[in-house]
Design a protein around this ligand. Structure first.
Ligand code: ZN
Length: 62
């Protein structure tokens, strides 16, 4: 199941939208910011019912 999220870029602070696939469980991946083009590490967790539990947008190396 894909879920759209609005997150804040950790580099420039702009909000951007991304879609996460909750069906594969906890994940982390890198997506370039559509505004400043710097890489954002997006990580999220899925709870026992398959719903989004937490999400984090950070810089590489944090
Ligand atoms: Zn940015």
């Amino acid at each position: 199941m894909l879920e759209s999220l609005t997150l804040g870029c950790p580099h420039c602070g702009e909000a951007f939208e991304t879609a996460v696939d909750l069906s594969s469980g906890d994940q982390s991946y890198i997506e370039d910011c559509p505004v400043c083009c710097r890489p954002i590490v997006i990580a999220f967790g899925v709870d026992a019912s398959g719903a989004l539990d937490w999400v984090r947008a950070g810089r590489e190396g944090d």
